[in-house]
Ligand binder design. Structure first.
Ligand SMILES: [Fe+2]
Ligand SMILES: [Fe+2]
Length: 475
């Protein structure tokens, strides 16, 4: 069933009206969700007509319908990718068995934890981004922000549906708690570190959507392999939405670079201090933002050795990225994997059982995928004839989870002393001054077709619309 039913109060393609108890429970959660959106969703967005895409089917082609929608009237719903009746568990100890349509009792606690952890990131990012609309560099960008926000809200619905349908009373309690935690709150924070950081300006937003939404891509891909079929189907559809979020990040950073390079070429000025007087973002500042967002994001994959990761895999709950494309035995029992540790002041490789290193396996997949965009950003700089190059810092740099927590490592991968760290950290991570400078550039540009001075316009608009399309009607 790929077509979404929009005549129900909660749009869905899961025959919600046939399960009255579940429908009532979710309709009870709906007003709480809307209250949360009102309080913690994008500030100053209410009452605008925004050119948004809405899912109307879950087939890979043509699921999106574009049109102007009043923001609070957006129809959040429950959309699962089509069921494959023949689907089998593809890894772990249940490999070859039919996938589960209900939660197996022995995996219930672990599955709930996986779903709650994923679900918690979705409203968290909306909270982190809630003030950005006040400083949007264009209508086009404001529209992209709102698109990302409504879809993260929908991702919360995706996880809450699973909690309500499959976890009874504890599921309903977890669904409530997802609306109660707050990003950055000292008493009741979001579950994962990166989702309690601020996203105070648009450069941070683009870095977040490039790196942190990409963490989402990898987590969702691992869950799309799950033997618990409803989780696999819901994450599969979430992935089609996620691609746009990463596009917003990659193209956003690229446009910042393009504008800075244009000004450098026109004026011959490359010195950051002088460049800042011209109102664009210097590339060393961009590199420091990159270092921060990258290192905070790779912490999200968890400890490099984890017995939970081994259990999640062996019990068929969470696979690897592109599990079914891999040619090993999908059990991994005798296999090893190289991770890094610090020995006598140097980083050295050591081989550990792969099952325990699956967080690291997923992190390394993420790192390879992240590198692609860096190459494309560097092409923009190269084309402008400038020598500067962006780089991904070493994966041990600025880590707070796993082996490297509490160990100082430079961006080029040397274990260093606390004093060397202190001497250089302002060259490596965005400083207060950097952030204050970037903040000083942020001003609301909302005239149709206008773009802020610090960012280039996109080459084409959304849904092939022109770049001076009226993406937002302010009324
Ligand atoms: Fe999401
Ligand atoms: Fe996302």
């Amino acid at each position: 069933m790929s077509t979404v039913n929009y005549s129900d109060k909660i749009p869905n393609n899961v025959n919600l009206s046939e399960d009255r108890t579940l429908q009532r429970a979710l309709e009870g959660w709906l007003p709480n969700y809307l209250d949360w959106w009102q309080d913690m969703g994008p500030s100053g967005s209410h009452g605008f007509d925004v050119y948004l895409r809405t899912a109307t089917s879950t087939t890979p082609d043509g699921w999106a319908t574009f049109g102007h929608v009043k923001m609070p009237d957006y129809r959040w719903g429950i959309f699962l990718a089509a069921q494959d009746a023949e689907r089998k568990v593809n890894f772990g100890e249940h490999k070859g068995e039919a996938v589960w349509q209900d939660v197996p009792g022995e995996h219930r606690a672990n599955l709930r934890r996986i779903i709650v952890t994923q679900g918690d990131t979705e409203p968290a990012s909306v909270e982190q981004q809630r003030h950005l609309g006040n400083t949007a560099p264009s209508q086009y960008d404001l529209r992209n922000l709102f698109q990302v926000n409504v879809e993260e809200g929908r991702h919360l619905w995706a996880m809450v549906y699973l909690l309500h349908k499959h976890f009874g009373r504890d599921g309903r309690e977890e669904a409530e708690a997802l609306l109660e935690r707050r990003s950055g709150d000292a008493d009741n924070p979001r579950i994962l570190g990166a989702f309690n950081e601020e996203t105070p300006d648009w450069l941070a937003f683009y870095m977040f959507t490039y790196f942190t939404d990409r963490d989402g891509k990898f987590q969702l891909n691992a869950l799309a392999e799950s033997g618990f079929d409803p989780l696999a189907r819901t994450t599969r559809f979430m992935l089609t939405e996620e691609a746009h979020h990463m596009f917003v990040g990659e193209s956003g950073v690229s446009r910042v670079i393009q504008r800075s390079c244009q000004v450098m070429k026109e004026t011959g000025i490359e010195d950051p201090t002088e460049l800042r007087k011209l109102g664009v973002i210097d590339l060393p500042t961009l590199q420091r933002y990159l270092n921060f967002h990258y290192s905070v994001t790779i912490d999200l994959f968890g400890a490099d050795q984890s017995s939970n990761a081994a259990i999640f895999y062996s019990s068929g709950l969470k696979g690897r990225y592109e599990e079914t494309k891999r040619s090993d035995d999908h059990l991994l029992k005798g296999d090893g994997y190289k991770i890094l540790e610090v020995k006598d002041g140097a980083l050295v490789e050591k081989e550990v059982p792969m099952l325990n290193a699956l967080n690291e396996v997923l992190r390394d997949d993420f790192i390879r995928d992240s590198a692609g965009g860096i190459g494309r950003w560097n092409k923009v700089i190269e084309k402008a004839g400038l020598a500067f190059r962006l780089t991904l810092p070493h994966k041990a740099f600025n880590r707070h989870i796993g082996t490297f927590a509490g160990i100082r490592v430079s961006p080029d991968g040397r274990a260093i002393s606390e004093s060397e760290w202190a001497l250089n950290v302002n060259q490596w991570l965005a400083t207060k001054e950097d952030r204050a400078y970037v903040a000083s550039l942020m001003g609301r540009v909302v005239e149709t077709g206008k773009y802020a001075n610090w960012i280039a316009p996109p080459p084409i608009g959304i849904n092939k619309q022109p770049i001076d399309f009226e993406y937002i009607r302010f009324n």
